[in-house]
Design a protein around this ligand. Sequence first.
Ligand code: ATP
Ligand code: MG
Length: 553
Amino acid sequence: MSTPARLEDNLGFACTDLQCRLGRESAVAMRWLGPDGERTEFTFGQLAVESSRFAAVLARLGVAPGARVFIMLPKLPEVFIAFLGGLKARAVMGPLFANFGDDALLDRLGDSRACVLLTRQSLLKKVNRIRDRLPDLRHILLVDAENHLAADVLSYHRLMREASADFVVAPTSPDTPSILHYTSGSTGKPKGVLHVHGALPSIVGTTRDVLGVGAGDVFWCTADPGWVTGTSYGIIGPWAVGATQVHYGGNFDAGAWMTILEQERVNVWYTAPTALRMLMREEASLYAGRHLEALRCAASVGEPLNPEITFWARRTLGKEIHDSWFQTETGAIMIANRPGLAVRPGSMGKVVDGVEAVILDSAGQPLPPGQQGRLCLRRGWHSMFAQYLNRPEVFASRFHGEYYDSGDMAVRDADGYFWFVGRTDDVINTSGHLVGPFEIESVLMELSEVAEAAAVSAPDPIRFEKVVVFVCLRPGRSPSRELESRMRLHVANRVSSIASPQDVVFVASLPRNRSGKIMRRVLRARFLGQDEGDLSSMETWHPGDLGDRRERV
Ligand code: ATP
Ligand code: MG
């Protein structure tokens, strides 16, 4: 029996009109900080009106519920308005990183049969090059064209001016498709992960309990909407609880970020280890005398949080960092540290309410505390993905009976804290032992010369696999044989002699995808001189990119 459709279950409605009905019409929903210092505020009332206009635009263009609408833009106010408007119209919204190349774009728009793309003129060339291979793409909307350029290349603002704000949102049942995210492709070809409107309770619950964000708080999520964190917690969660969100359209810059935390009096900040590692490289003077009294805590997601980052944040910022674990497929945080739970540095924390996480062996049997195995979740949490678009066989392969297999390896301790070991594909099988890259990388970061490190496996005739580490040094430090030996010894002492790297490769930067994750498969392929595989989601410009760096607003 399907659950009845309700208005407040529509994600777009819950973030806007519902907030107005709760008396927040004139409360600030978004403080938009542009790259050149401009600052614009949007109230919940304005978000409600503007998003309804966009819903009306889609209706006028003949976009039916369930049709796919994509947004390929850097962080701009229009992204948020269109995203919410599309959800109100029950279109399936697909956010894309603005700096995707032709192939990445073709893969995603083609696979999803997108009918509308919202973008801007500087990105149009890219779309035009692949347009003839996208027969379903009926309309391109441009946020920076005053007038329509062709019958199918239209001005967003002109359409918005002509649209009515009286769009009536239809009651929406929880199983209605909502968002389509292509996973970042850290391990392979990106898959279209389809979510539903019924995800709302998971997202709202974790926004409140894990991030500790409620009405009136100032929240800053640094993720781009092209990544699940940027939609679940950079759009939906905070607005559905009535918080004010800071959104910054500029590039990563340590000084600018610290100034935002200070001047905007951010209460809760949600970011990623890659950004934190970049902040750690800065001189301590950047942080001295900062007024961060408003900041209650920071949270981290996307990659394991090395204990060194936790110690640095305590020392330098005087703040605790709460790690959180989730995936595109889970739609919301599943395991996390949170207010009221003591942090064990290096642990992801405990499972959130309403979720059951277990560690299973490769035969699907539960493992006792202290043993590493596959991190699995009992199916049925609200924000569980509905399907991998067009790939039912891959979807089915991720479930073993009642359990969804995350593809990550972890350990649960006797007190219920979860410790990340590595992705199943990244775990190194050496001399008869399974060694997780995270542990090796974290201990290497304890050496003052090391800014960051990535451990990967390579075939070895004796050990089956050997450990190879790629290391980035801090500014001013240089590679040497002596340092290499010290690294080997340190890993042997702190982890085990089996985990000690056979090869150390010094590099200026590590390859990352657009959500900032280190791409170990690319390092492995490079080391072995093999094909690097699908690189469509790889950031090639600069390490630590969390948003759009190439295209300035
Ligand atoms: P693909 O599945 O296409 O390879 P992806 O897994 O990188 O892409 P995401 O869904 O963005 O795409 O990433 C989720 C993964 O990120 C998790 O499965 C885990 O490996 C890693 N991750 C996320 N949060 C944490 C965390 N707190 N600690 C350790 N790893 C994390
Ligand atoms: Mg994944």
